[in-house]
Design a protein around this ligand. Sequence first.
Ligand SMILES: Cc1ncc(COP(=O)(O)O)c(C=O)c1O
Ligand SMILES: N[C@@H](CCCC[NH3+])C(=O)O
Length: 444
Amino acid sequence: MFLHGTSRINDAGHLEIGGCDVTELKAEYGTPLYIVDEQLVRRRCREYMDAFAASGLGFQVAYASKAFSVMAMCRLADEEGLSLDVVSDGELYTALQAGFPAERIHFHGNNKTPDEIEMALDARIGCFVVDNLVELELLQAIAAEKNQTVNVLLRVTPGVEAHAHHAYAATGQTDSKFGFDIGNGSAQEAVRLASSKANLKLLGVHSHIGSQIFETEGFQLAVERVAGFARKVKEELGIEFSVVNLGGGFGIRYVEGDTPLQVSEYVAAITDAVKTHFAGIGSKLPEIWVEPGRSIVGDAGTTLYTIGTSKEIPGVRKYVAVDGGMTDNPRPALYESKYEAVLANRAGEQPEETVSIAGKCCESGDMLIWDVELPKAESGDLLAVACTGAYNYSMASNYNRIRRPAVVFVQNGQSDLVVKRESHGDIIANDIVPARIAKQPVTK
Ligand SMILES: Cc1ncc(COP(=O)(O)O)c(C=O)c1O
Ligand SMILES: N[C@@H](CCCC[NH3+])C(=O)O
């Protein structure tokens, strides 16, 4: 397994992350356990901030909290000077409760409810990324009621087919549920309309082409298309964009063969393209905002499991089952995503056999890894799956009424619990048994 960030194999032959031996983390917190390498998260944040600072452009780097939204992560993003992209009232509530400055929060989503809009207006967040005409009218109406003027970006689809890791993660093409299409004129109409609304302050546009992208061409093409659009809008409507948000989507290395670029390379490609294509459109170059999620937290996360049962089908395959699975990491089932793993308590040993790692759900598709080489695993051994920091905890479920794992941050030999493991009580916390079918008074 590739060792990311501060991960290393210590003298005892155990995986160590942030100076913490994972066998000790297991003893203290149990498994499954999400382990987050805090130093690596901070390093990624700084790579973005430094690369943009070097570009000389005005910028904001908004952490896309959908990748991993918990209060401690919002605190890290704030401490590192990032802004925050939220996509629901739950993510907004998490950020506000964590003390994240509202003026650096941007609200996304293709179907924001009136309640969500009210909540965000009451909190006085920094910007709404408006996705469609219904939302535009709704936001204007609620902002007028509250006598507020709100900053707005319009989400546009630039007609770019991104090389995302899965069709479900591509969003820049015309046939997408998100945003106003540049190609068919609906984006220009939306700009005209938004700029006529008394309580909306149109800052510019937003484009997000997809996720887990390894090359710069898609981003450069998006910049070119958005710049072409900005030029047309300036010429035909006399409106100038002060902000262009280019979304997230920067890829990371999950397995051998993945070829992500350095953060600085993605940022340089984007900022250079902005300098080239926006030159001469307005009085000055727009501020560039981005929204990385996966590339901030993805490779900083490791999930630790305990191995339980195994089943060998001679000549076919050996299944080794862990105490988690698609409930804590739905990505293999959803996208056929690939992961690497190591036997974390015997990490120094040579691989002896090829096995497939199964989860504990009642689903044949609940497989975490097909075919991984490991030493002969015994019941009670620990398995660490790398690169689970993004879209794992945030996409976890209680399927089969499995409790969601705990999350710890590790750094400099210290571990801090940032999310408690769910209890059995949590599982039934919202259940109600109507008195007419109750067998006995319900105690929780
Ligand atoms: C609008 C928007 N911004 C940002 C992101 C974050 O993307 P990533 O985690 O790939 O950086 C996403 C998810 O793909 C998104 O839909
Ligand atoms: N959740 C997805 C990608 C979509 C991100 C949100 N637009 C993943 O795990 O890769």
